[in-house]
Design a protein around this ligand. Structure first.
Ligand SMILES: Cc1cc2nc3c(=O)[nH]c(=O)nc-3n(C[C@H](O)[C@H](O)[C@H](O)COP(=O)(O)OP(=O)(O)OC[C@H]3O[C@@H](n4cnc5c(N)ncnc54)[C@H](O)[C@@H]3O)c2cc1C
Length: 404
């Protein structure tokens, strides 16, 4: 893609007060940033995306998302889809259960998703400035402005910006510069592996192994004979050791590793602030919009981006933000309940999933967790007690045995 580099204004020159039609500055050229930019451009606003990388070549990453992404993005998401998942196999020790999904989950390639969103944003009028790193808000100009560092020569540029969207990921410099508190993070590591010949290509396997991680291991099949086996940990080195051991015991050879730190959602981050006269918004990982049950951030980040675009275009978006907040808080409640679980409790949990509970898991996806969990508990009320026991354990009460 040939980027359209914007005209930038040097710091020494007097800046013109940004008119209401001045470009919105989106910091970060990735999923949340380009989706925001696309929606704003479609809504008639001028937009510039500032991306610190000099080329739009995001690192490949295999991701799994619910069908909610398809509902949100339509055709724009399709170039990224490499496989569809119809079945989950959950393991705890030697216990297992299967969930057949009514609507398939999607395996997507992140770099293809970012390229597709970038193309749509640029076609709708977004300008793309590559090799521009946001370094802060400027206090010494008469007009609201941001400061950027040019990748090619490390020189600084000042550009007027009355509206700034920080979509610059987990280590967001916009978040830091605007005074939001630093997010908690966890390491996520996955190895791309060649799948065993008999591995079903429409199935994700999940292992609960609380001695290694309070989250879980997964194996997701990509296209062809490749898959991604990974885990979320709490300590980087231990996570790597655990993954290597897990690969070894299953006789799987890593072809490559993909990993990064992921924000942990510990409570709602209000997405708007004023810095001087500048309206600053956060979206995606920059706002910790990640489901803390599974640490999936694509759909929730897109939802955050959508709400912000609505807020900028129509001073609207509060409803969408409220619903995203409710969803993320619910995932936090579930995570707190599961976090102290030992192996026996996970096994017991799988035993409790009766046919009616299976039906709820098949019907509702994890981006509709409120309805999924409420329906689950309606169908199997003992799950409420299991959850409560786990939740109380995080509050200092003993987690108890597997007897529930
Ligand atoms: C190995 C791995 C597996 C994952 N698996 C899943 C999964 O299966 N399902 C799922 O839903 N989620 C998954 N996630 C999480 C998901 O990838 C993220 O939540 C999502 O990609 C975040 O998108 P984003 O646009 O908010 O931020 P990012 O993709 O992090 O993009 C931030 C962008 O901002 C740019 N930038 C940063 N600082 C600056 C600056 N100062 N100035 C200008 N530009 C800047 C960066 O270069 C980058 O392009 C996974 C993450 C990892 C690491």
């Amino acid at each position: 893609m040939t980027p359209t580099l914007p005209q930038t204004i040097r710091g020494e020159r007097p800046l013109a007060w940004p008119s209401p039609s001045a470009p919105v500055a989106v910091i970060g050229g990735s999923a949340a940033g380009f989706y925001t930019a696309w929606l704003l451009s479609r809504g008639g606003r001028k937009v510039r995306v500032y991306e610190r990388a000099e080329r739009l070549e995001p690192a490949p990453r295999t991701l799994i998302v619910t069908c909610r992404m398809r509902e949100m993005l339509g055709a724009a998401g399709e170039p990224a889809v490499v496989n569809e998942i119809r079945r989950f196999e959950l393991w705890s020790g030697d216990r297992s259960m299967q969930i057949f999904l009514d609507r398939p989950d999607l395996i997507i390639e992140r770099s293809a998703l970012i390229r597709s969103l970038a193309e749509r944003a640029c076609a709708a009028g977004t300008e793309l400035a590559l090799g521009r790193r946001f370094v802060g808000f400027t206090a010494n100009t008469r007009v609201p402005a941001i400061e950027l560092e040019r990748r090619e020569d490390s020189a600084r540029e000042t550009v007027p910006a009355a509206t700034v969207v920080g979509a610059d990921g987990v280590l967001s410099e916009v978040r830091r510069a605007a005074g939001w508190p630093k997010p908690d993070t966890v390491p996520l590591l996955q190895a791309v592996v060649r799948l065993p010949a008999d591995y079903p290509r429409d199935t994700v396997r999940v292992w609960f192994a609380p001695d290694d991680t309070p989250y879980f291991y997964w194996l997701i099949p990509e296209e062809g004979d490749r898959g991604a086996l990974g885990l979320i940990g709490e300590d980087g080195q231990k996570t790597r050791r655990c993954l290597e051991r897990f690969l070894e015991t299953r006789r799987l050879d890593p072809i490559e590793y993909q990993g990064a730190r992921i924000p942990v959602y510990t409570g709602w981050v209000p997405v708007h602030r004023k810095v001087g006269a500048t309206d600053v918004y956060l979206a995606g990982d920059a706002a910790s919009q990640v489901k803390v049950t599974t640490v999936g951030g694509i759909v929730t980040g897109l939802r955050g981006a959508h709400a912000i675009a609505q807020a900028i275009l129509r001073a609207d978006g509060a409803g969408e933000l409220r619903s995203l907040r409710r969803e993320l808080n619910f995932h936090l409640l579930v995570r707190r309940s599961l976090h102290p679980f030992r192996q026996q409790q996970y096994s017991h949990l799988l035993d409790l999933l009766n046919p009616a509970a299976h039906e709820s898991l098949a019907r509702f996806h994890r981006d509709d967790a409120v309805r999924m969990v409420l329906r689950l508990c309606q169908n199997q009320p003992r799950l409420l007690w299991v959850g409560l026991r786990g939740f109380l354990a995080t509050r200092g009460f003993p987690a108890g045995s597997e007897e529930i």
